[in-house]
Design a protein around this ligand. Structure first.
Ligand code: IPE
Ligand code: IPE
Ligand code: MG
Length: 246
């Protein structure tokens, strides 16, 4: 047994988080430290997605959400953005096949509007291929912003009110959550951010209201199975109160 497996063996199987969300940060700094290009950092980051998906499957995590490209990442150079989308397209193809073989459903959390047509097409193919799988859900945030998601939900509700389908009093937290991108996954149990940044960067603002948070200094391409299992271990030491008294 390697160290990762030893840690996994010690975990409480009754307390595996159902939904883990990850802000996969630090690809650029990982590359910089190795004298590589930012793109090589993103390549290494993309490869690591497979490692962590497998780790989730081993533990029985039901939902993994990954922040891949934010609505603010458009502020980067055109060169970085173009090469990122090219790379994502390539990985989506490979990755969807692997997900499909292991009964995983791929979901997209974010806006197609603004994405290159080719990327939308690559995403759609992955969604179509894995549509009927039920082992686990992997949700990927391409062109995702938490504020954008909340505004979109508000607009959809406002439209229903305008059409006379709904009255304002009927808008509850549950109904609001039904208008988010992925209404079936609107609670995150564990939020992980790599690369040591203590911020949310506009990720899942609604869904993380009672998430446990683990921040690790490790850059995303180096975030191994062992580290992932350690994050779960840390999660299992937390007492989740949800505002009540234990
Ligand atoms: C995360 O790595 C990947 C994306 C945001 C697309 P970064 O590219 O943000 O890496 P750093 O933060 O510059 O190291
Ligand atoms: C968050 O990382 C977005 C993704 C991981 C896709 P950023 O690197 O964009 O976040 P900031 O700019 O450091 O807050
Ligand atoms: Mg970053």
């Amino acid at each position: 047994m390697d160290t990762a497996q030893q840690i996994a063996a010690l975990l409480d199987k009754e307390k595996i988080p159902g939904h883990v969300a990850i802000i996969m940060d630090g690809n650029g700094r990982w590359a910089e430290g190795r004298g590589k290009s930012r793109l090589e950092g993103h390549e290494a980051g993309a490869r690591n997605v497979k490692v962590i998906t497998e780790a989730c499957q081993e533990l029985g995590v039901r939902v993994l959400t990954l922040y891949a490209f934010s609505t603010e990442n458009w502020r980067r150079s055109k060169q970085e953005i173009d090469s990122l989308f090219q790379l994502m397209g390539r990985y989506l193809k490979q990755y969807s096949g692997q997900l499909h073989k292991t009964n995983v459903r791929l979901l997209h959390m974010g806006e197609n509007d603004g994405l290159p047509a080719k990327t939308v097409n690559d995403i759609q193919k992955g969604l179509d291929l894995t549509r009927n799988n039920y082992g686990m859900d992997v949700c990927v945030g391409f062109n995702y912003g938490g504020r954008r998601e909340i505004v979109r939900a508000a607009r959809r509700l406002a439209e229903k009110v305008r059409q006379g389908e709904l009255s304002p009093e009927e808008i509850t937290e549950d109904l609001f959550a039904e208008h988010l991108y992925l209404p079936m996954h609107n609670e995150v149990d564990l939020l992980i951010r790599t690369s040591g940044e203590y911020r949310i960067s506009n990720f899942m603002l609604w869904q993380i209201s009672y998430s446990e948070i683990v921040v690790t200094p490790t850059f995303w391409p180096d975030f191994s199975k062992e580290e992932f299992f350690k994050a779960i271990q840390e999660y299992q030491t937390r007492l989740r109160r949800f505002g009540g008294r234990p």
